[in-house]
Design a binder for this molecule. Structure first.
Ligand SMILES: [Zn+2]
Length: 96
């Protein structure tokens, strides 16, 4: 995850975006991946943006900062959002 992605998540937190678990978004709330994908406007959402724009790898495995389990970066963001229930700010701070 690059600095631009961390900034995007921090801005979402400061704007009071509601957070959802287990899905990208529900029309109102978003998960951290949903924030990065602009899922609130899904017509503009492109999965490849995760890698090309936000520096989130689909192949590189990194350890979870909370439990140590190794996951691919894209999966780790969802894991922090859903299973450790980190808010956007904490994900921005703790993603390796
Ligand atoms: Zn974990």
């Amino acid at each position: 995850m690059n600095e631009a992605a961390r900034e995007k998540l921090i801005r979402a937190q400061m704007a009071g975006v509601e957070q959802v678990k287990g899905r990208l978004g529900d029309g109102k709330a978003l998960c951290a991946i949903g924030v990065l994908l602009n899922w609130e406007n899904w017509r503009m959402a492109h999965w490849k943006d995760l890698e090309t724009r936000w520096g989130v790898s689909f192949s590189q495995a990194v350890p979870c900062p909370e439990c140590g389990e190794r996951r691919r970066e894209a999966n780790l963001i969802a894991h922090l959002n859903d299973e450790h229930e980190f808010d956007f700010l904490t994900i921005a701070r703790k993603m390796p």
